[in-house]
Design a protein around this ligand. Structure first.
Ligand SMILES: [Zn+2]
Length: 319
């Protein structure tokens, strides 16, 4: 399956060896950044270098409505069973990046400097991983929720953080969020990001829209995974017979929505579609013996899936 590049700092080899089928130890990036070992690591999908880069986390208090069709009690039970919560938990944000053919490609952006102090660590963690944020050639956006796109904007000016990169955006998502009529339909609290989108994206010349099945880079293909949002996309990264699915928010917290794919997050725009998408995607991951990376899967955010009753179980690599 995967190979993990050997660098300086060697940790946690047993679990990862188990998952990756490796005999040798797993290495993290940069002994000089040992304190950051928990925030970035690298692995290989065939010839493609893949990076998990933590942007930080935000505390969430478990409350009624967080899962639309499950009681607070059931949510707390699921969190307890997963060893987190149960009254509150850290919602983690982890960006996946790849380096291939000398190009650096980011999948989503984190918050940049637009979030609370506990997030916005992506740029530092890129540097710790040996990636220069200024050298990003392509940013591929999965969907337009603020935790995924805010890193495109400089807070004070709304200027571009990646002016020299090509910004690839899902066509359906772009159309939905740039519709001027949308603002009026949203509650006041939800209007900020939409107004920002509409004030900037149509003026950015480096945006390119893509649709289902598009080849976004050598070895990278778009997979429509609607439900969480109307135009939500996941990505297949394939090289040398190995596959990684970068699933964005097809499922958010795996402890809740991989385990219970029928649970509908308050952030899922279309519940039944989100569930159907999750089941189809997870079945594909299992059938193809692919790895899966989730934006809200914690850190490390990549691992394997297995069928478990009416749901699925995510096993993170022990990196
Ligand atoms: Zn998200």
């Amino acid at each position: 399956m995967f190979e993990i590049s050997r660098r300086d700092l060697v940790l946690g080899s047993t679990g990862a060896a188990l998952v990756f089928g490796l005999k040798g130890p797993v290495s993290f990036i940069g002994a000089a950044h040992a304190q950051r070992a928990a925030d970035s690591f690298k692995y290989m999908v065939g010839d493609i270098e893949v990076f998990s880069l933590h942007d930080g986390s935000v505390e969430r208090v478990v409350a009624e409505g967080m899962v639309k069709n499950a009681s607070v009690d059931d949510v707390k039970k699921a969190l307890t069973a997963a060893g987190i919560g149960p009254d509150k938990f850290d919602n983690p944000f982890t960006v996946t990046a790849i380096r291939t053919g000398g190009k650096v490609i980011l999948f989503d952006t984190g918050f940049g400097n637009n979030g609370p102090p506990t997030v916005g660590k992506l740029a530092d963690n890129m540097k710790a991983a040996g990636l220069d944020p200024a050298a990003v050639s392509t940013v591929i956006i999965s969907h337009f929720h603020a935790d995924h796109i805010s890193g495109l904007w400089v807070k004070e000016t709304n200027a571009q953080v990646f002016p020299n990169a090509e910004i690839m955006m899902p066509e359906v998502e772009y159309k939905f969020w740039t519709d001027p009529a949308l603002v009026e339909k949203l509650p006041e609290a939800a209007r900020g990001t939409v107004k920002r989108i509409q004030a900037t994206f149509p003026t950015w010349k480096n945006i390119k829209q893509y649709s289902d099945g598009a080849d976004l880079a050598p070895g990278v293909k778009a997979i429509a995974t609607p439900g969480h949002t109307v135009g939500h996309m996941s990505f297949l990264v394939a090289s040398g017979g190995q596959q990684l699915i970068v699933q964005g928010d097809a499922s958010t917290l795996h402890q809740l929505f991989v385990r219970n794919p029928g649970w509908i997050s308050s952030f899922d725009a279309d519940g039944p579609q989100a569930e159907a998408t999750r089941r189809a995607l997870f079945d594909r991951v299992i059938a193809d013996k692919a790895m899966i990376a989730g934006y809200h899967f914690g850190f490390p955010n990549v691992g394997t899936l297995s069928k478990d009753g009416n749901g699925y179980a995510f096993a993170a690599v022990k990196a």
